[in-house]
Design a binder for this molecule. Structure first.
Ligand code: BES
Ligand code: MN
Ligand code: ZN
Length: 506
């Protein structure tokens, strides 16, 4: 991954492939953002004019490249838009810094080193810019053979020096170290999501979790098909029944000796969702390798919590299965006996996520954690409701739902609260079993949430994040978000763990 350092080097003599500066949208044209004073001076204080002449406005996402001034060792100056100039006495928001840094890092793919002269007021700003740079530089080319060793191949930007930070200040060092740990794990989650489903089946995913547990001194337990049968995990087994690659339930445990709180994170890990016997039509299955994004986010967040040494216990549950049609697959009409003992009539085998999550939620509940948060690419309905960049938050506790929403906002992840209207439960009544895995079409995302709620232990605080929209970016890259797997929810989960460790949550 891109290396990141805090630097106090003077700009003119700095050896780098590019110097990045920020430009904001002012009332009368582009305004050079703080942090780039030395660069502006080298243009005789006319950098804003030069940028204006080149057509720059300072809008978010905008990139303007210009030759560096005489006397600079670096050949190019890259100006990235920061969006609207903040009001007097206000500074640039963390998300606008993240996005600008992300755009710069992506633009500079192929370069060895860049110096970022972006506005930094405090350690938090440095952390935001670090996050944007590390996430924006990401690319997935594990499967690209052509041009792999070409001289001008676009390898991710090699190194970023953050100018204007304080390299010897503990808060700045901590902010950069935190960003590095979180973003390395988040990028690993993106790798898992982008890995084709013929290479990432439940067994392979579980092996990855085992390796990470070993590396970071965590406990890990993998239930294979035999253990799942023994334990009575009918939901996970039912979903995995059609695949030649059997399902797994992974329990990854991070503990801190001084912790007083315990969080359980539960992730949907369908390594490929064909729909099963209720097969998805062409046009709806090409991106369904992303259906393990929830499990990838949980995995990344637990490892990040361990790397950060947070004073909280975090258990990650990865419910892994491949949803395939075959002679051994679960049929629409089958009844599954779930781990909780409840029976479920499977009316649609494409509503499989709630089945694997139900078993994992019940398993997580048995440990009586202080809260459970599940993460899942659960419903197309949530994509229709909130679009492709915002995830939905449902919960059995209003205050907890708000706390999760706040954590998401602090982390820079777009989310929105959604209700769990009781009347929608009626649609899931089954003539045969305790409940059906489908209900009314209208409000399908909420119906799925209501189904999950049935499998949360009595009295346990729970939230459900439906990330079906933002988990996988089918459009072009933007800000620090690449095409493909995004790693959505990792930063929310890490933030929640931090808040819990600090005693600021529940
Ligand atoms: N994995 C899908 C949901 C999904 C859709 C994720 C689009 C990402 C992008 C899920 O398993 C599914 O198929 N849900 C069905 C449920 C329905 C059959 C009740 C859906 O949303 O159509
Ligand atoms: Mn499905
Ligand atoms: Zn699915």
């Amino acid at each position: 991954m891109t290396a990141l350092t805090l630097s106090t080097a003077a700009v003119p003599g700095l050896r780098a492939d590019a110097i990045v500066v920020g430009v904001a949208k002012g009332g009368k044209g582009p305004v050079v953002a703080p942090g780039a004073e030395a660069v502006d001076q080298a243009y005789d204080g006319k950098l804003a004019d030069v940028l204006g002449t080149l057509g720059a406005s300072g809008a978010e996402g905008e990139v303007t490249k210009l030759p560096a001034p005489a006397g600079f060792k670096a050949p190019v100056v890259v100006a990235v838009g920061l969006g609207a100039l903040p009001n007097k006495d206000e500074t640039f928001g963390a998300e606008s810094l993240r996005r600008a840094a992300g755009v710069a890092a992506r633009t500079l793919a192929g370069a060895k080193k860049a110096a970022f002269a972006l506005p930094i007021e405090d350690a938090a700003d440095a952390g935001a810019i670090a996050e944007g740079a590390l996430l924006g530089a990401y690319s997935f080319d594990a499967y690209k053979e052509i041009g792999k060793n070409a001289k001008n191949g676009k390898a991710p930007l090699g190194e970023v020096a953050l100018l204007g930070g304080k390299p010897r200040d503990a808060a700045f060092k901590a902010a950069v170290a935190r960003a590095t740990a979180v973003c390395e794990e988040l990028n690993r989650a993106r790798d898992l999501i982008n890995t084709p489903p013929n290479d990432l089946n439940p067994e392979a995913f579980a092996a990855g979790a085992q390796a990470a547990a070993e590396e970071h001194g965590m406990q890990v337990e993998v239930l294979d098909v035999e253990a799942l049968e023994e334990g009575g995990y009918g939901g996970i087994l039912g979903v995995g029944a059609g695949s030649a690659a059997g399902p797994r339930l992974v329990k990854l445990t991070y503990t801190h000796e001084a912790a007083t709180k315990h969080l359980a994170y539960v992730g949907k890990g369908i390594t490929y969702d064909s729909g099963g016997i209720s097969l998805k039509p062409a046009g709806h299955n090409e991106t369904m390798k992303c259906d393990m994004s929830g499990a990838a986010a949980v995995f990344a967040a637990v490892v990040a919590a361990a790397r950060l040494g947070l004073e909280v216990n975090v258990t990650g549950w990865l419910a892994l299965a491949e949803n395939m049609p075959s002679g051994s697959a679960t049929r629409p009409g089958d009844v599954l006996r779930m781990y909780s003992g409840k029976t479920v009539e499977v009316l649609n085998t494409d509503a499989e996520g709630r089945l694997v999550l139900a078993d994992a939620l019940w398993a997580a509940s048995a440990e009586q954690p202080d809260a459970i948060v599940d993460v899942a690419t659960l419903t197309g309905a949530m994509v229709l409701a909130l679009g492709s960049r915002t995830y939905g938050i449902m919960a059995n506790d209003d205050a907890f739902r708000s706390a999760v929403h706040e954590a998401a906002e602090e982390a820079g992840e777009a989310a929105w609260p959604m209700p769990l209207p009781d009347h929608l439960k009626k649609g899931m009544e089954s003539p045969t079993a305790d409940i059906a895995n489908m209900g009314e079409r209208a409000g399908g995302g909420l119906v799925a949430g209501l189904f999950l709620r049935e499998f949360v232990g009595e009295g346990i605080t729970w939230a459900h994040l439906d990330i079906a929209g933002p988990a996988f970016n089918e459009g072009g890259p933007f800000g620090y978000t690449p095409k493909g797997g995004t790693g959505t929810a990792v930063r929310t989960l890490v933030r929640l763990a931090e808040l819990t460790a600090a005693g600021d949550l529940g």
